[in-house]
Design a protein around this ligand. Structure first.
Ligand SMILES: *Cc1c(COP(=O)(O)O)cnc(C)c1O
Length: 399
């Protein structure tokens, strides 16, 4: 996407000649060859390669089981089904997330309750969650926003106290660690997404990890029309051709084509996370002395997987709003983004009756956040361009 370079700040040349996306995939020859191998083989849809990919993700995330889905959103839908969420149930989540973290509750007829975020961590914390629990509350969907782990220990404690299911939205957190343990085996269920901007990609794709066998079986049923061929589970027949639809499910299956790409990508995951962390550290160092921005919070006892690098703009120290800064950075050919519009401010959720002002900290954060490019395929020179671009733009708007 080319930008109009003549409009860069001070009328001069933009910091970068070429537009730098905020994120993009890293595909190498090995990835391509693994997909081609599947295309020449017997299975295109869900076959042995899907099973192998699930096994490898379960191993990586320290979980007993993994069930893949056509995308992360379908995986979250499956998780809500497996958790038994239905009409009348309330589920607590954060407003600072992608809409899918909340939509999955609505798919099952449940009601979404938004907890406000902590202004330092940008995540929902146990205290805020606890205040919203009542006898209709069924589950919590915490999001490891940007890849920075939430306090899963504290959330597990209240979940146990009130008998709630925890579904971690780990779309940003493949490779992240909470107190030395990989995200993925710590709650009832964890979802990972393989969309191209996430840590590894399968094109579209998602997965649920779990240690619970009955949850695992529900997920398998749900992603394939509610149909089983498992002889031990069949109710009305035993013939070798016989199968049974036992509940209303969907066709949410991943293909072997996607899984082959996923397996090949998984081999590069550790390298990807190291690169993300390195670039994030360069940003932190580069912005250390700029008083107009706040760099991301980092828990000492956890390892972020650095899906997103978000600066919070100190509007009290600048003469303009975030939109002006956003536009100025775009004119420097820097692909900035905003993560996220609080979910309940979307027109659809407003139509359901959620009111502006519901989560004050989330709305303040939304007004001030700006996402900078961060992905393994960028270079140190790209990171330096972004740092220079931010310096240039901030300098021009200083009060
Ligand atoms: C990407 C994402 C999802 C949805 O994943 P898809 O694979 O795109 O369906 C859900 N939650 C969060 C926080 C995400 O970033």
């Amino acid at each position: 996407m080319a930008r109009d370079s003549e409009l860069a700040i001070n009328g001069g040349k933009p910091i970068r000649e070429q537009y730098l996306a905020y994120s993009r995939q890293w595909i190498d020859e090995k990835d391509i060859q693994s997909v081609i191998k599947i295309l020449n083989g017997d299975y295109l849809t869900t076959g042995p390669t899907v099973n192998l990919f699930e096994k490898k993700i379960a191993e990586y995330a320290n979980a007993q089981y993994a069930v893949s889905f056509a995308n992360g959103t379908a995986a979250l839908h499956g998780a809500c089904y497996a958790a038994g969420i239905t009409k009348g149930d309330e589920v607590i989540t954060t407003p600072i997330t992608f809409a899918a973290s909340a939509n999955c509750v609505l798919y099952q007829g449940g009601t979404v309750v938004f907890a406000d975020i902590n202004p330092d961590t940008y995540n929902i914390e146990a205290e805020n969650i606890k205040n919203l629990i009542n006898n209709k509350t069924k589950a919590i969907i915490p999001v490891h926003f940007t890849g920075q782990p939430i306090d899963i220990g504290a959330i597990a404690k209240i979940a146990a106290e009130y008998n709630l299911v925890v579904i971690e939205d780990g779309a940003h957190a493949l490779g992240a660690e909470f107190k030395g343990k990989k995200i993925g085996g710590l709650s009832t269920m964890t979802m990972f997404s393989f969309h191209p901007v996430k840590h590894i990609t399968t094109g579209e794709g998602g997965i649920i990890t779990t240690n619970d066998k009955s949850i695992y079986e529900k997920l398998l049923l749900f992603r394939s029309h509610g149909i089983t061929r498992d002889k031990e589970k069949l109710r009305n027949g035993t013939e070798s051709w016989y199968y049974e639809m036992q509940d209303l499910g969907y066709n949410y299956r991943m293909t072997d084509i996607q899984a082959a790409l996923g397996i090949s990508q998984l081999e590069k995951l550790n390298k990807f996370v190291v690169l993300r962390k390195h670039y994030a550290q360069m940003y932190n160092d580069g912005f250390e002395n700029i008083q107009e921005v706040v760099t991301p919070y980092q828990r000492e006892d956890c390892n972020s997987s650095w899906h997103l690098y978000i600066l919070r703009i100190r509007l009290d120290r600048l003469s303009v709003d975030r939109n002006k800064i956003f536009q100025a950075l775009q004119k420097e050919n820097i692909g900035v983004n905003v993560h996220y519009i609080p979910v309940y401010l979307h027109p659809y959720y407003q139509g359901l009756g959620y009111k502006k002002g519901l989560c004050k900290e989330a709305e303040d954060f939304y007004r001030e956040c700006i996402t900078l490019p961060l992905f393994p395929a960028m270079t140190e020179a790209d990171v330096e361009d972004v740092i220079q671009g931010v310096e240039k733009v901030i300098n021009s708007f200083r009060v």
